[in-house]
Design a protein around this ligand. Structure first.
Ligand code: GLC
Length: 389
C-alpha cells in the first residue's frame, strides 16, 4: 500500500515503483509485489488502478465506487474487487528491473503473457482515433489526479474547492453510469485526454516490453512493441509539442484541444530515448529556469509562474494534489531521462535536492518546491525511489 492510513490498498503505479525499489534489496519480494497486480488483470487486458483487498461495506462505500464497474446487482458492488481505471503504464519497466535484479527468466516467462495483453489492450482499446496516443477517460487515471492540466477539460474555471471537487468527479459519474464501457465513453463524452505523461510512460514501457520479448525469443511481440514505441514518440512530436510554450501539452477531447498549462506533464517525454536532442535541450532549459520549473526544490508539478500554482496544494484549507508540490516519482523519471540525454549535471542537482529533502523530512507523498517541507501523506512508499536516482 502507498501509505497505511491514506491509501490502504494496492495502487498500480505505486506498486510498480515499490517493486523497482525492492528489486535493489530483494528481487523475489519485488516480483511478488508485481504478481499482486498481474493477478488482478481484467478479461480485456486492463491492469486496474486499485486492487482492493478488503471488501467490507465501509471500504465499499468510502473507496472508489465511482471508479469501479458494478455487477448490475447493487450500485456499490464491484466485480472483481478493483477499479475499472488505468494508471500510467510503468509495469514493463518494473518487470524489466526485477528480471535483471535476480528474478530472472522464470519471472519473465511467468509475467510476459499478461504484460503483452496489457500493452495490446492499451493500443487497441485506448486509442479510438488511431493516432498511436492512448487516452485516459478520467484525470484520476493519469496518476496526477487534480492537475490543472485537466481544469479546461472539466470546465473548472475557478479554484474554489467545491467547484474543483464537483467538476472533477462529474466525469467519473458519467463513466460510472456508462459502467466504464470505453466505446460508449469515447463516443459520448468529451472529458477524455491524450495525456503526455501517460503516453511518455507508455512509450518507455513499450521499449521495455520489446527488450523483454526479445530476451524471451518472442520476435513478433518485440517487433510490434518497438514499432508502436516509435509511433508514440512521432505522435507526441507531431501532435502534442507546443511551439508557444515550448513544452508538450495534453490533448483534450475528440478534437484534441491543447491544454496549454505548464505542468510537469510537458517535460516527461525526456524519458524517451528517441526524443530529438534539440527538444530534449529545450525541456532541460525549463528545468534550469527559476521562473518555471527550476524551483529551489525541483521539480514542481506545476510551473511556478502558472496562476494555478499552489506550493502546498491547500485550496482554502482543502487538499487538491498535483497543483504545485513535487513528487519523488516524477523526479525519478526526469533524473533518469536527463541522464539519458546527457544532462548529467542537471540530473545530479535534482537528485541531490531530492535526497536533501528526504533526509530532512522523511519519505513523503509530496514536498513544497519553495521550502522543501513535506506535504501530503507521511511515510509514503514511492518516495523511496530517491535511493534509485
Ligand atoms: C493519489 C495519486 C496517485 C497515486 C495514489 C496512491 O491518488 O494522485 O498517483 O497512485 O494517490 O498513492
Amino acid at each position: 500500500m502507498p501509505a497505511v492510513r491514506d491509501y490502504p490498498f494496492q495502487w498500480f503505479w505505486d506498486s510498480c515503483f515499490h517493486a523497482i525499489v525492492w528489486s535493489r534489496f530483494d528481487p523475489e519480494r519485488a516480483a511478488d509485489e508485481l504478481r499482486g497486480l498481474l493477478a488482478a488483470q481484467d478479461e480485456d487486458g486492463l491492469l486496474p488502478h486499485v486492487v482492493f483487498w478488503k471488501d467490507d461495506l465501509v471500504s465499499r462505500l468510502r473507496w472508489h465506487h465511482l471508479e469501479s464497474r458494478t455487477d448490475g446487482r447493487l450500485p456499490f458492488h464491484r466485480t472483481p474487487h478493483t477499479t475499472a481505471q488505468m494508471q500510467p503504464p510503468v509495469i514493463a519497466q518494473a518487470v524489466e528491473r526485477v528480471v535483471h535484479a535476480g528474478a530472472g527468466d522464470a519471472f519473465l516467462t511467468e509475467s510476459l503473457p499478461a504484460l503483452e495483453r496489457y500493452y495490446r489492450y492499451l493500443a487497441a482499446l485506448r486509442d479510438p482515433d488511431g493516432d498511436a496516443l492512448v487516452s485516459v477517460v478520467s484525470q484520476f487515471e493519469s496518476g496526477l489526479d487534480f492537475s490543472p492540466a485537466y481544469d479546461g477539460s472539466v470546465g473548472a474555471r475557478t479554484v474554489h474547492p467545491l467547484e474543483l471537487f464537483l467538476r472533477t468527479r462529474l466525469p467519473q459519474l458519467r463513466n460510472k453510469l456508462a459502467n466504464y464501457d470505453l466505446e460508449t465513453i469515447f463516443r459520448r463524452f468529451r472529458h477524455h485526454q491524450e495525456d503526455v505523461l501517460v503516453n511518455a510512460v507508455y512509450g518507455q514501457g513499450l521499449r521495455a516490453l520489446a527488450r523483454l520479448a526479445e530476451r524471451a525469443g518472442r520476435e513478433a511481440t518485440a517487433r510490434w512493441a518497438a514499432r508502436t514505441a516509435d509511433e508514440v514518440t512521432a505522435a507526441l512530436l507531431e501532435r502534442s509539442w507546443d511551439e508557444r510554450l515550448r513544452l508538450f501539452v495534453n490533448l483534450a477531447g475528440p478534437d484534441e484541444r491543447r491544454a496549454r498549462v505548464k505542468t510537469v506533464h510537458g517535460l516527461m517525454p525526456l524519458i524517451l530515448p528517441d526524443l530529438p536532442p534539440e527538444i530534449a535541450a529545450t525541456l532541460a532549459g525549463h528545468l534550469d529556469d527559476p521562473r518555471t520549473f527550476g524551483a529551489p526544490y525541483p521539480v514542481p508539478s506545476v510551473a511556478l509562474d502558472e496562476p494555478t500554482f499552489i506550493p502546498d496544494h491547500r485550496v482554502r484549507g482543502f487538499r487538491f494534489i498535483w497543483r504545485g508540490p513535487l513528487s519523488m516519482n516524477t523526479n525519478w523519471f526526469l533524473v533518469h531521462g536527463l541522464r539519458g540525454h546527457g544532462f548529467d549535471g542537471l540530473a545530479e542537482r535534482i537528485a541531490e535536492r531530492s535526497r536533501a529533502i528526504v533526509e530532512r523530512g522523511g519519505f513523503n507523498e509530496f514536498y513544497d518546491p519553495l521550502s522543501g517541507r513535506p506535504v501530503g501523506a507521511r511515510v509514503f512508499g514511492w518516495a523511496t525511489l530517491v535511493v534509485d536516482m
